[in-house]
Design a protein. Structure first.
Length: 82
């Protein structure tokens, strides 16, 4: 079975594909909510493209789930004047 080729994404690319700022990315890493970078050299880091893609998929699922929860709660709020 052939393995999927991984790419390294530099910070500029990670910011572009996530839409998040540098400070948000590093804070999310600190909280364990975003993949940590891989050290490439003494002064270079990059993110594994597959790890970033997995984070994106989780965010999409969480967002869809949140929308469904909000939609199902809306009729209940309307009945109670909320």
């Amino acid at each position: 079975m052939a393995e999927q080729l991984r790419s390294f994404l530099r910070l500029k690319q990670v910011k572009a594909v996530t839409g998040m700022s540098r400070s948000w990315i590093y804070e999310a890493i600190r909280r364990g909510e975003f993949p940590a970078p891989v050290t490439l050299g003494a002064r270079a880091v990059a993110w594994d493209s597959i790890s970033v893609a997995a984070w994106q998929e989780r965010r999409i699922r969480e967002s869809a789930s949140q929308r469904q929860e909000n939609a199902s709660a809306a009729p209940a709020r309307a009945k109670h004047g909320g």
